[in-house]
Ligand binder design. Structure first.
Ligand code: GLU
Length: 566
């Protein structure tokens, strides 16, 4: 349809009813959203998740990068909900998404927010839900139609399948383009007839008319550097039959109107860049700077091969996994930074106590070939990070975690922690000071299990006695230990007593005595300590007994040393 009058008639038919008036014009929206007044060098980034109900590591990863890039430049980071695929939408997904990200310290300057638990809009560039922007997309689609760069297409699913099969047979590029684009230059009367008959249509971009570019398009990716793509030849769909835009079209319209300067997104979008550059050009918009991050990978436990994290087989892809295991947000952030920028670990070594906000994230230092997400490494980073937290703060964190778990699992951990807050703090603090602090604590679920024995409610006999010590022998040792127990003994005095008990029962008071004459002794003082440690903690491995006793307090120590069946 080369005729402008025909195009105008068509536009009136296609985009008739709801909007009308000035809002039907792209120019109206251009004027409606003024440019952003930002300091020089400031970048505007966004997170554009789809509300499918599954919040994943990729969302947090992308949010972390985009938030940092914006904040460190004095720019803006906003949240836009990409809900144009209504089949995939899940009730309650948006609050869950915002809350999950908030757990990890991700906040937005603008866009969708939670107010009293419900999603609300905040900012001058909204609506920030794509499903509420229909009139805007239609105005820009209409513009493309009037300029002869887009056209309605009535190809049915069956026809498209037929075309694809024919293309496969003839070894041609699959898709709707060139001579396969049957509706590109259809007669106006035919198009009009179909619209009036209510036939479903989609709007396609006319790839030949949209942009006078050469055969290739040069492009520079912020992470990957220069890439030359072949020009897009496909007449991609920009409006679907339900009137909502495709990702491609919404991306161009929204990121232009919302003033996004930098689009940082996953590698899966890299191959769509030629389509996006064509759309930006066709619409007369300047394209944003693009950065395509590498995919999140793991080493497969069975094959040992690096592969993409998958929703089906890797529970650790879900963000809820880290929340329910109780990874501290600071630990997660610290780990994400180490995988994000290759120079981060070096920076951390040089600045051990510094706030990681002082580190400048750069896209040049991001990996291009698959980012390895390693739970073991996360745990290691987490152990180091938790050591930097004051025990008060760690206790707060444990109580918060316990409260959330209790609500979900029907347990009652939080109340125990709250009532015995002093024990909790001391238990968390064991061995944390000094030159060589213990690194036992990694994440809340593991910590709760680790410190469980400090609380009567969670104390359980977990380990069996050492093999060389019979039950009756253990009882006799504990009986003597209890009889000699004085809670006010200092560490030296206490240990002297244990040595005495050991010797009296035929155990060498020092390991080296045992080594010298093994035939003279049943064992050595270490075996005696093991029996005591087990009685007090339920375990053979635990920190320093004297310190544990001080935290447990006299009542609990005596109770645990007293035989239950006596
Ligand atoms: N809705 C897209 C996704 O979830 C966003 C991609 C982008 O950031 O542009 O993959």
């Amino acid at each position: 349809m080369k005729n402008i009058k025909e195009r105008e008639e068509l536009a009136a038919l296609l985009f008739a009813a709801p909007q009308g008036g000035p809002a039907a014009d792209a120019a109206y929206w251009e004027a409606h959203y003024p440019g952003r007044a930002l300091p020089g060098g400031a970048v505007v980034t966004r997170l554009g998740p789809s509300p499918t109900g599954f919040v994943h590591l990729g969302n947090l990863f992308m949010a972390t990068i985009n938030r940092r890039l914006a904040r460190q430049s004095g720019g803006v980071f906003y949240l836009r909900i990409e809900d144009t695929d209504q089949k995939r939408e899940v009730e309650g997904a948006v609050p869950t998404l915002i809350e999950s990200l908030a757990y990890f310290g991700i906040d937005f300057d603008e866009g969708v927010r939670l107010e009293n638990g419900a999603a609300a809009e905040h900012g001058s560039y909204g609506p920030y839900f794509q499903s509420a922007r229909r009139a805007i997309y239609h105005a820009f689609a209409r513009k493309l139609l009037l300029e002869g760069k887009a056209y309605p297409c009535f190809l049915t699913e069956e026809e498209i399948t037929q075309i694809r099969e024919e293309q496969e047979r003839n070894k041609r590029l699959p898709g709707i383009y060139g001579t396969y684009a049957k509706w590109r230059n259809a007669e106006f009367e035919e198009v009009e007839k179909r619209i009036r008959a209510g036939e479903p249509w989609v709007l396609r971009l006319d790839a030949d008319a949209a942009w006078e570019a050469g055969e290739t398009v040069p492009f520079t990716d912020g992470i990957r550097g220069g890439i030359t793509f072949p020009r897009n030849v496909l007449d991609v769909v920009i409006l679907k039959a339900d009137g909502l835009p495709t990702y491609h079209f919404a991306h161009a319209v929204d990121d232009h109107l919302m003033g996004t300067t930098q689009v940082v997104r996953g590698e899966e979008w890299l191959s769509s860049v030629p389509i996006h550059l064509m759309l930006f050009a066709a619409l007369g918009f300047a394209a944003p700077a693009y950065c395509h991050t590498a995919l999140l990978m793991k080493i497969d436990e069975e094959t040992g091969v690096k592969r993409k994290l998958s929703k089906r087989s890797d529970p650790e892809l879900a963000l809820s996994y880290y929340i329910s295991e109780g990874y501290h947000p600071k630990a997660m952030e610290e780990y994400l930074l180490t995988v994000l920028n290759s120079n981060y670990e070096e920076w951390r070594l040089a600045n051990p106590g510094a706030d990681n906000e002082d580190f400048t994230v750069t896209t040049e230092k991001m990996g291009v070939s698959g980012i390895l997400f390693d739970l073991q490494k996360l745990e290691d980073v987490s152990r180091d990070t938790l050591l930097t937290l004051p025990s008060k703060e760690l206790a707060e964190f444990m109580i918060g975690w316990a409260r959330a778990r209790d609500a979900e699992d029907g347990t009652e951990i939080a109340d125990v922690y709250t009532v015995q807050r002093d024990t909790l703090e001391k238990a968390l603090d064991v061995g944390r000071g000094g030159e060589k602090p213990r690194k036992d604590l990694a994440y809340a679920r593991q910590i709760a299990a680790f410190i469980g024995y400090f609380f009567d409610e969670f104390f359980r006999m977990e380990d069996p006695l050492p093999e060389n010590i019979p039950e009756a022998e253990a009882e006799a040792l504990l009986k003597d230990y209890l009889a000699s127990y004085d809670h006010s003994d200092d560490r030296d005095m206490w240990f002297e007593k244990i040595r005495g008990i050991a010797e009296a029962h035929g155990y060498a008071p020092k390991p080296k005595d045992y080594k010298k004459e093994p035939e003279r002794w049943k064992g050595h003082v270490g075996d005696v300590s093991a029996v005591i440690r087990r009685a007090l903690t339920g375990r053979l491995n635990a920190p320093d007994i004297w310190e544990i006793q001080q935290i447990l307090g006299e009542r609990r120590v005596r109770e645990r040393l007293t035989p239950r069946t006596a």
